[in-house]
Design a protein around this ligand. Structure first.
Ligand code: SAM
Length: 212
């Protein structure tokens, strides 16, 4: 997702009460930020935040953190929060490569990857969020029985993601190549911005849920 640089986006983000400015300071004590013992779920590569906004609304007992590296994109999520603030949703403007500096071992209960950038060139494979390099980072922060959910309409990226599981030491609990056609798996599904866009064009949506 590339938006034009929006003038002042960085300043707005630096001053926003909804963005945690020094996330490494919360390592091991994210529950203090939310002032409760609820589970912590994160979306990596959140985009404009439509999915997490709806998830946080539906599940007030779960704390959510959206991670997005581009300030111009994150700005859109902030605009929604300002209109209708949610106490259980906060944002980080960081590159997900630093996640192990931000969360303690086992501190995160669930990781969502939605419509991650495909990085189609082989030499960029390690930038793909479902790559073994990122799974290694996620392994460091996810609790022992935690799960990662990944959705995409990009079949090449999904096939790559499934092939990465065994060498990275993960197992699939759920795999579907057409989420919206599966009544059981689709129950309670919250559509992301990209999911709405691509499913409305007729693209089937692939999804896995994995554990180790
Ligand atoms: N998840 C949203 C959805 O499904 O509508 C947005 C999908 S968009 C294609 C992918 C987003 O991931 C982009 O906004 C991009 O900036 C972000 N992203 C990609 N790699 C990232 C990384 N290493 N750290 C943080 N954000 C990342």
């Amino acid at each position: 997702m590339r938006l034009r640089n929006i003038t002042g986006a960085r300043d707005i983000i630096a001053e926003s009460e909804y963005v945690v400015q020094e996330p490494t300071e919360y390592k091991g004590r994210w529950k203090e930020l939310f002032e409760n013992n609820g589970e912590l779920h994160i979306e990596v590569g959140m985009g404009k935040g439509k999915f997490l906004n709806e998830m946080a609304r539906r599940n007030p007992h779960i704390n959510y953190i959206g991670i997005e590296m581009y300030s111009s994109v994150l700005l859109r999520a902030l605009q929604k929060m300002e209109l209708d603030p949610l106490p259980n949703l906060r944002f980080l403007c960081i590159d997900a490569r630093i996640l192990p500096d931000v969360f303690e071992k086992g501190e995160v209960d669930h990781i969502y990857l939605n419509f991650s950038d495909p990085w189609p060139k082989d030499r960029h494979a390690k930038r793909r969020l479902p790559s073994r390099q990122f799974l290694e980072r996620f392994d460091q922060i996810l609790k022992a029985d935690g799960r990662i959910s990944f959705k995409t309409d990009n079949r090449d990226l999904f096939d790559f993601a499934v092939e990465e599981l065994e060498p990275a030491g993960w197992k699939a609990e759920v795999i579907t190549y057409d989420l919206h056609a599966d009544e059981v798996l689709c129950e309670g599904n919250v559509m992301t911005e990209y999911e709405e866009k691509f499913s409305s064009k007729g693209n089937p949506i692939c999804k896995y849920v994995i554990y180790r």
